[in-house]
Design a protein around this ligand. Structure first.
Ligand code: FAD
Length: 263
């Protein structure tokens, strides 16, 4: 299996750097091929602007969606973006690894998504009509590939529990898991989250590293998050709301997008 890890931490000698080494070593020991996009080392450009669209004439106003669509169709995006898109095509599994910063991914990784996920590649794919909102949420260019997050957080697990002050971790990560990974078609695996990491000692690092190795060993077999697929009858058209009869009493919020587990 080909695995792409997109790594977003400014310091290679960090806990995240050490966990990256653990993941890469375990994956390679399992016979997988691994590529790492180390965004800070690459000096990844994190903002979308005119420079991303060399084919856009200087007197045209920048409409990012259209410029992205035209640039992708013409093979005229920047070389750094095209290289990342090629890695995504190569990968069977994609891992985004980052420290939780302000309850989200670091800006550099968001910028990777903003720039690499071109229109016609990660969105704007398939039929868009009165009857269909394209190939997305379970379909699209990434269909058949798996993806997951490796996240480190300073907060305790309890802070991210159902009643925890930070909000449940699955809710905080929903925009990434559902919006960034499931949208273009990835099958999304449960995230690996290491909590309370800021004062980690060697013994606790050993525990986290063992848990991460286990997750890397089970990439191909672990049960994905059972998100409802868009074009398979669960959503009413054109409002794209889950059919009310499919939502059990008391279920609301992000949870309505989870299908009942099938055995
Ligand atoms: P490091 O700082 O590199 O290391 C953490 C600990 O692990 C240290 O004790 C270090 O000694 C130890 N360690 C490192 N490598 C090893 C090794 N090889 N072996 C053994 N021990 C090792 N947290 C939240 O929960 N929610 C937030 O919203 C949030 N927002 C943040 C925003 C910002 C801007 C910042 C800077 C931090 C925020 N944090 C938040 C905390 C953040 O998530 C953690 O600091 C981060 O996940 C720690 O990962 P790191 O790789 O930077 O760790």
């Amino acid at each position: 299996m080909n695995v792409l890890i997109v790594f977003a931490h400014p310091e290679r000698q960090s806990l995240n750097g050490a966990l990256l080494d653990v993941a890469v070593r375990e994956l390679e020991a399992q016979g997988h091929k691994v590529q790492v996009s180390d965004l800070y080392t690459m000096h990844w450009k994190a903002t979308v602007d005119r420079d991303d669209f060399p084919g856009l004439s200087s007197d045209a106003s920048l409409k990012v969606w259209k410029a992205s669509h035209d640039g992708f169709a013409a093979g005229d995006l920047t070389e750094d973006v095209k290289a990342e898109q090629e890695k995504l095509r190569w990968a069977d599994t994609v891992i985004l690894q980052f420290p939780l910063w302000w309850f989200a991914m670091p800006a550099i990784l968001k910028g990777w998504v903003d720039r690499v996920y071109a229109s016609g590649f990660a969105y704007g794919v398939g039929e868009h009509s009165d009857k269909r909102w394209g190939d997305r949420y379970g379909e699209g260019v990434m269909e058949g590939k798996r993806a997951m997050l490796i996240v480190t957080a300073g907060g305790w697990p309890e802070h991210y529990s159902e009643r925890g002050i930070n909000g449940p971790i699955d809710d905080l990560l929903f925009p990434i898991n559902h919006g960034i990974l499931f949208y273009p078609g990835f099958t999304v695996l449960p995230p690996f989250v290491a909590y309370r990491v800021d004062r980690l000692d060697d013994a606790k690092f050993g525990v986290v590293a063992d848990q991460l190795r286990e997750r890397m060993r089970t990439l191909e077999t672990i049960r994905p998050i059972p998100y409802r697929r868009q074009n398979y009858g669960d959503y009413q058209i054109p409002t794209m709301e889950v059919l009310p009869e499919l939502v059990p009493p008391g279920v609301k919020g992000f949870e309505v997008h989870l299908a009942p587990e099938r055995d």
